[in-house]
Design a protein around this ligand. Structure first.
Ligand SMILES: [Zn+2]
Length: 262
């Protein structure tokens, strides 16, 4: 499993670099704050989230999966099924769990306090896809660990799912805009940048839609898909009203404190 770390980090950096170049070259929207101000806080959250994850679960999800496999625990470790079909089903299952987790983080006030920090970014670009409070990262890790144990998710499914989740988050937060024709075509299967910006709208009716991180079919299946915002993409008010676009609101400590404000 050691060599997956190299593959995962390379893919992450590669997708990040492509998105960063694209949004610098052809930005969909202009940011009030400079890149340096927002990126410092947003990128720090990835590092802090990863460190906290290591502290609470040093073995990682892959380690949990290998342990479950050895112990013969979990649904998929106890059914006779084609290995690749099981992997595909497990990746789909994890993705659906993350859809519902995201929806719950909006629905339950205590969880919204934590997730609100992600939405308080005054601009959406590829680094917003990395801006999650360490508490959200740790809670999500526990939820995933419970699913991995209960269902006996194979380690390879976790690697595919996590590479996909990170890649899609970098992709659909990028500050780029596809042509409407391509946006509608790709949006039939995947959450595009424009669709995800609807989720970052200040209007509750709009942010309570398009919860998917990768495919758009969970939102369609569970009735939360919104193909158009009330305003054109370039005019959507992004972020949270109580966190205007200031350098203070983009600072590392400010981000960490947000769940505890008011
Ligand atoms: Zn959200």
């Amino acid at each position: 499993m050691d060599n997956t770390v190299f593959v995962r980090v390379s893919l992450f950096l590669g997708i990040f670099a492509i998105m960063a170049v694209l949004e610098a070259w052809l930005p969909a929207r202009q940011s009030v704050l400079g890149r340096a101000s927002r990126w410092k806080g947003n990128l720090s959250m990835v590092v802090l989230g990863a460190l906290c994850s290591k502290v609470v679960l040093p073995a990682s999800l892959v380690g949990v999966a290998l342990w479950g496999d050895n112990a013969g625990i979990g649904v998929f470790n106890n059914v006779n099924m084609n290995h690749w079909v099981a992997i595909a089903l497990c990746v789909l299952l994890l993705d659906m769990v993350i859809y519902w987790q995201h929806r719950l983080f909006h629905k339950i006030p205590l969880l919204w306090r934590i997730h609100k920090m992600h939405h308080a970014d005054s601009h959406v670009d590829t680094t917003t896809g990395l801006r999650f409070h360490p508490i959200e990262i740790v809670l999500s890790l526990f939820i995933k660990a419970a699913v991995v144990t209960t269902f006996g998710i194979p380690a390879i499914a976790i690697v595919i799912f996590e590479v996909g989740l990170n890649g899609f988050a970098l992709f659909n937060h990028a500050n780029i805009r596809l042509t409407q024709k391509w946006d509608d075509r790709i949006g039939k299967v995947f959450i595009t940048q424009r669709l995800h910006r609807i989720h970052h709208s200040q209007l509750k009716a709009e942010s309570n839609s398009n919860f998917g991180f990768s495919v758009s079919w969970w939102d369609k299946l569970f009735g939360s898909f919104k193909s158009r915002a009330t305003k054109p993409d370039e005019d959507i008010a992004i972020g949270q009203k109580d966190y205007p676009a200031t350098n203070d609101n983009a600072g590392i400590i400010a981000l960490l404190k947000m769940p505890f404000n008011r």
